[in-house]
Write a protein that binds this ligand. Structure first.
Ligand code: PMV
Length: 370
């Protein structure tokens, strides 16, 4: 049994930070995907290879079967106990940092799917690679979790001669597995990353549980610009909170304004499904700039992000930071029919400042099995 699974990364188009306080956010899938190659093997081992985590390891099948037989049953209430059990097993493999997290996620999902789908664990190899940069806010961990969950679910189906349909029921199962895994990675994830990895498209999101994919959106193109300035989502969320505590009246008004921006953007995006009008792109561009300004006023921008917005503006394009800010990524909206020379010029200017520029289209498919 050999198959390939892939899932996209995400970009937040509107509403980051405000989403933490219950406001609307809009995210979309990137055409940068994580791919997983699964092969059933002969022999007595499990081979795991994740080049982006610099990880290649052979684990004895007998030990993994023992782990699965002794592990507590995973339920919503027993997530912590289950995770600690898996984590103790991974401790013995003597990895740390991101490699340990990767292994914890993998064994968490293997045992979870084994329990829920009566998977029979046999020797296999799993090769997991991604076009996304790791830990930079593009949803790499969620795309990993979705690829791994889908592979094990598909494997369990194949063992029972069942077709994997990836219908709503199966996608919800994958979502549950991936959410558990994201909790290991991020503590209290919003769920937006793995929802985009599963459904693709553009997603309207609001806490606690609004996660509506908007299908049929015309392909949107962006330049995804990596400032290469490292940042921590946790620190930036804390910085935003500090400002909100100090100036609640001001920051609350800004949060409401960001909410309005996201709502208006959703209206435009929904209209764009049926009518590709120049005015829609102009409106979307205006909202991109307004959202960036509001975030910058709350001190979560960075000189490198401001530089990107300035270069875009000089070229009559619209740009905005995406994600937590403080470095990380920005995107430049590319309306249909934008002159190629202009895109080239903007790309080269940004590269001249040391930024990494990737042209990407948004709203493509979610998880796929080939
Ligand atoms: O980690 P990132 O860059 O995808 O950004 C997270 C977005 C925030 O709104 C800042 C935090 C959150 O949990 O939604």
């Amino acid at each position: 049994m050999n198959f390939l699974v892939s899932a996209p990364g995400k970009v937040i188009l509107f509403g980051e930070h405000a989403v933490v306080y219950g406001k609307t956010a809009v995210a979309a899938s990137l055409d940068l995907r994580t791919t997983l190659q699964f092969n059933e093997l002969d022999g007595q081992n499990i081979l795991l290879s994740m080049p982006k985590l610099d990880l290649k390891i052979t684990v004895s099948l007998a030990e993994v079967i023992e782990l699965s037989q002794n592990s507590p049953k995973l339920t919503e209430e027993k997530h912590e106990e289950f995770y600690e059990f898996v984590s103790k097993f991974v401790d013995k493999l003597q990895y740390s940092g991101i490699q340990k997290l990767g292994l914890e996620a993998l064994f968490y999902l293997l045992i979870a799917v084994t329990q829920s789908e009566s998977l029979e664990i046999k020797p296999f190899s799993l090769f997991l690679d991604t076009k996304l940069s790791i830990g930079s806010g593009l949803g790499s961990s969620a795309s990993f979790a979705v690829c791994i969950s889908t592979s094990f679910l598909h494997w369990a189906n194949l063992q029972k001669n069942k077709l994997t349909k990836l219908d709503e029921l199966e996608l919800q199962k994958i979502s549950k597995f991936a959410m558990g895994c994201e909790k290991i990675m991020h503590g209290t994830p919003s769920g937006i990353d793995h929802t985009v990895a599963i459904y693709g498209a553009v997603i309207e999101f609001k806490k606690p549980d609004k996660l509506d994919p908007i299908f049929g959106v015309k392909t949107m193109e962006i330049l995804l610009v990596d400032t290469r300035v490292p940042r921590s989502t946790k620190d930036l969320v804390a910085k935003f909170k500090e400002l909100k505590i100090k100036f609640p009246g001001i920051v609350d008004a800004i949060l409401d304004a960001i909410d309005q921006v996201a709502q208006e953007a959703l209206k435009v995006i929904r209209k764009m499904r049926t009518l590709d009008d120049e005015d829609h792109w102009r409106d979307l561009g205006a909202l991109v700039e307004v959202n960036h300004g509001l975030l910058a006023s709350c001190q979560v921008s960075h000189p490198a992000l401001e530089k990107i917005c300035a270069v875009a503006r000089e070229n009559k394009l619209k740009a905005k930071m995406t994600g937590a800010g403080g470095g990380g990524y920005a995107y430049v909206l590319l309306p249909p029919g934008v002159e190629e020379e202009k895109v080239q010029q903007v790309t080269e200017t940004m590269q001249g400042y040391g930024f990494l520029v990737t042209r990407s289209s948004l709203g493509g498919p979610g998880v796929k099995i080939d």
